[in-house]
Design a protein around this ligand. Structure first.
Ligand code: MN
Ligand code: MN
Length: 455
């Protein structure tokens, strides 16, 4: 480990660090799905004086230099227009706000042997065996046929019930424990237990009937409403301080809400610059950045086109110039060195917990395949910016060569011809239901993103 961020703090910085970590835990607690996270982002943006681009376009608000745009409640782009024309390019911090989880199927509810279950299809890369025997919560929306929207959030309040996936008792697990890790718990076994009490007077599937009765009376929902629903099952409970010294945070969804939060915080603390600054929070990264709300969608490009038009200046060429002259930090988490699994990491090229913000020149797998390989020239510029701002930072690869790999949104933004590098916070047991980060790394990332937006 090259540097330890903790060694650099005076009393005031330590207070700032704790305050930022407390705000971060709040952010996590109010945003456990991409929709909730987008809504919390909009709330903070509006409190800071940002207006909805749709209101500007609809004539309900005057154009000003602080605007945001939301796509389908799941992706948010915030802009603070600079003193230079937009055509000169932007400074962009981008992160994703979706996290691995269990999504309900469209026909989820069934009863077997006196127990009611919700069938799921997991979202993103998970070790399936990690999702059993945990208290889980259900978050999401149901859109009824008449257009009514019902929001669900069950399992987070102290007196809420929780749900969960069962596992085979160890006494009978001899055969199960001989299986490969990927098969110990199969995808189709990730069904969530939700009931055991029969509805009075029902003969067939009375436990399921009880759940349907409850959904109808408490939420006005019928069984076929699951068809037009997005219900996400996530670990129940709040983000908490971790370690006897409270130096870390254990929570669901650090990937990638820790970078989303650090980026948003840095962005909202940035005063008008020469260049336009932007904070982009996207959905669907965990399943390949697909769909209308993923980074591969034209939403971001279209929004920049609207801004060029509103500032009296749109042309296709100017849009292309704006995007290609932009610089981005693709802010996403990185694997942290774990001494218990040291064999998977290259000790000289891995991120350490407490080592500060981490820059990854490339991601990808098997010979950098699928990576955005950032230019040395760009890294050279960033090194100076970070050092001048006294940011503690490190460089890393995900793990040892040919051990595996991963991707981010950076290669998609790079299609515009802009400079992009991956940059984030190290995470222990990434993609597990409960992940761990260091408060020092969060603090250094927020400092680093702020320095980038203000360069
Ligand atoms: Mn990520
Ligand atoms: Mn991920």
């Amino acid at each position: 480990m090259e540097k330890c961020a903790w060694n650099n703090y005076d009393t005031e910085q330590m207070q700032q660090l704790q305050q930022l970590a407390d705000q971060y835990k709040q952010f996590l607690n109010s945003g456990k799905t991409e929709r909730e996270c987008a809504r919390e982002t909009v709330r903070q943006a509006e409190a800071a004086g940002y207006v909805d681009l749709q209101d500007v376009l609809g004539g309900r608000a005057p154009m000003q230099n602080k605007v945001y745009a939301v796509s389908m409640d799941k992706t948010v782009a915030l802009f603070q227009l600079g003193k230079e024309p937009l055509e000169q390019g932007m400074q962009i911090v981008a992160a994703h706000i979706d996290s691995p989880r269990l999504d309900l199927k469209q026909h989820p509810l069934y009863e077997d042997s006196g127990l009611a279950y919700l069938d799921t299809h997991y979202y993103g890369g998970i070790k399936k065996y990690q999702w059993v025997t945990l208290p889980l919560a259900i978050h999401g929306v149901v859109i009824k046929k008449d257009g009514t929207r019902v929001e669900l959030n069950i399992g987070e309040k102290e007196d809420d019930p929780v749900i969960g996936v069962t596992d085979l008792l160890v006494h009978l697990a001899g055969e199960q424990l001989e299986k490969a890790g990927s098969k110990v718990v199969e995808g189709e076994a990730l069904d969530v237990l939700v009931g055991n009490r029969p509805l009075e007077g029902e003969e067939k599937d009375a436990v399921k009937a009880q759940i349907l009765h409850l959904l109808e009376h408490q939420y006005g929902l019928a069984e076929d409403d699951f068809i037009s629903a997005e219900l996400e099952v996530v670990p129940a409970g709040k983000a908490r301080d971790c370690g006897l010294d409270r130096s870390m945070v254990m929570a669901y969804g650090h990937d990638d809400r820790v970078c989303a939060f650090a980026g948003l915080s840095a962005f909202l603390h940035t005063e008008q610059q020469q260049k336009t600054v932007c904070c982009l929070l996207v959905d669907k990264e965990e399943i390949g950045s697909v769909g209308a709300t993923g980074m591969k969608s034209r939403f971001f490009e279209n929004t920049v086109a609207e801004l060029l038009e509103l500032t009296g200046n749109y042309s296709d060429l100017k849009l292309r110039r704006c995007l290609s002259r932009s610089r981005m930090l693709s802010t996403d988490v990185s694997s942290a060195f774990d001494p218990s699994y040291a064999h998977a990491f290259d000790k000289r090229n891995v991120a350490y917990v407490g080592g500060g913000m981490v820059m990854k020149k490339f991601t990808g797998s098997l010979g950098k395949s699928g990576a955005n390989d950032a230019n040395a020239e760009y890294i050279g510029v960033l090194r100076k910016v970070l050092d001048d701002a006294a940011v503690t930072w490190q460089t890393a690869e995900l793990g040892k060569v040919d051990y595996g790999g991963g991707g981010t949104i950076s290669y998609i933004a790079a299609l515009y011809g802009m400079e992009v590098i991956d940059c984030g916070v190290p995470v222990l047991n990434m993609h597990a239901p409960w992940e761990v980060i260091s408060k020092a790394d969060l603090y250094e990332a927020a400092k680093g993103y702020h320095a980038f937006l203000n360069m």
